[in-house]
Ligand binder design. Structure first.
Ligand code: OXC
Length: 311
């Protein structure tokens, strides 16, 4: 029988699939719905110190092959998510991840300090890559700022944590960011990728950008980003063999989840497809993945994880 389970970072998951931060995870009822679905884990919307309404609408648009968004970190504030993490039923076997995206390094450190004090079984995913707060650069594209933040984080957060990375597009940048990340032994996982930032989609008939923030600039998600996501998964998995890579980007089917795992992903997050299809996507994609594995004679994910070859 096909076994889709994953054991990693002291966690065990019945399915390698869960939501990408930002999708169906801003409010407690959404998070509960994810926990009740076939998702193998749950991650919260990136939180900031104070609640945020986010950017003016329209700020999300579905596209023929994915999505564009400039939400601007709308969230209930970190205390809301820490409270959810306090009340969460870890016994049901679905890990909880808390995404953290302070509006400054200090905010991120304050949030992580509070999280450390609670000493809960949840793990932080520190978002280094939100492209949608006007005037706020993606930390992940500034290697010195990333190192400085990580230096400060490991001083106040003693446990295992992860980071959400933006996509990189040059081997030199894969090398430079991997060199930064390698220096932090408690960095247990890197999530590749966040949306491809600052894309522009045009409505020809109305001669308008599709979304309002930043005059139409927003993060690209969905099928458009799959090849870039796979490259980032494979390149970071190669460079950080003793850490886990969480694959994210362009997963709409079992075959695409298979691709991410073949490229080295331990587990896989689903964003745009979840937003458009709903939590039934987890069951469908898991069933498709199982069927594909069966057709190839693989019984477990370990049988093919990281085994992508070159012709
Ligand atoms: O990290 C993020 N990535 C995105 O694509 N959008 C959200 C956001 O805008 O809040 N944040």
């Amino acid at each position: 029988e096909i076994d889709l389970s994953v054991s990693w970072l002291g966690l065990s998951m019945a399915s390698p699939l869960f939501n990408a931060s930002g999708v169906m995870c801003r409010h407690a009822d959404e998070l509960d719905r994810l926990a009740a679905s076939c998702a193998g884990a749950v991650i919260t919307k990136s939180c900031t110190l104070e609640p945020r309404a986010g950017n003016p609408e329209p700020r999300y648009a579905a596209l023929p092959f994915g999505s564009i968004n400039s939400m601007g970190l709308p969230n209930e504030g970190f205390r809301y998510y820490l409270d959810y993490a306090r009340r969460y039923d870890y016994g049901r076997g679905k890990p909880l991840f808390v995404s953290v995206s302070g509006m400054s390094a200090d905010e991120t450190l304050t949030i992580l300090g509070e999280l450390a004090r609670l000493d809960l079984p949840c793990l932080p995913e520190v978002n280094l890559s939100c492209p949608n707060v006007p005037g706020k650069p993606q930390t992940g594209y500034d290697f010195a700022a990333s190192a400085a933040l990580l230096d400060a984080i490991v001083r106040i957060y003693p446990k295992t944590f992860g980071v959400k990375l933006p996509p990189y597009f040059d081997p030199v940048h894969f090398d430079m960011m991997a060199d930064v990340l390698r220096a932090y032994p408690t960095l247990g996982f890197v999530t590749c990728i966040n949306s491809i930032g600052n894309a522009l989609v045009v409505d020809v008939e109305r001669e308008l950008a599709l979304i309002r923030p930043k005059d139409g600039l927003g993060g690209l998600g969905g099928s458009y980003v799959l090849p870039t996501a796979l490259a980032n998964v494979r390149e970071f998995a190669r460079r950080l063999p003793d850490r886990h890579v969480v694959g994210c980007g362009g997963v709409t089917s079992g075959a695409e989840a298979f691709m991410h795992i073949l490229c080295g992903a331990t587990v896989v997050q689903i964003g745009t497809c979840l937003y458009e299809e709903g939590p039934g996507a987890f069951e469908r994609i898991a069933a498709e993945l199982s069927a594909l594995m069966r057709s190839k004679g693989y019984r477990t994910l370990d049988a093919f994880r990281g085994r992508l070859g070159t012709p």
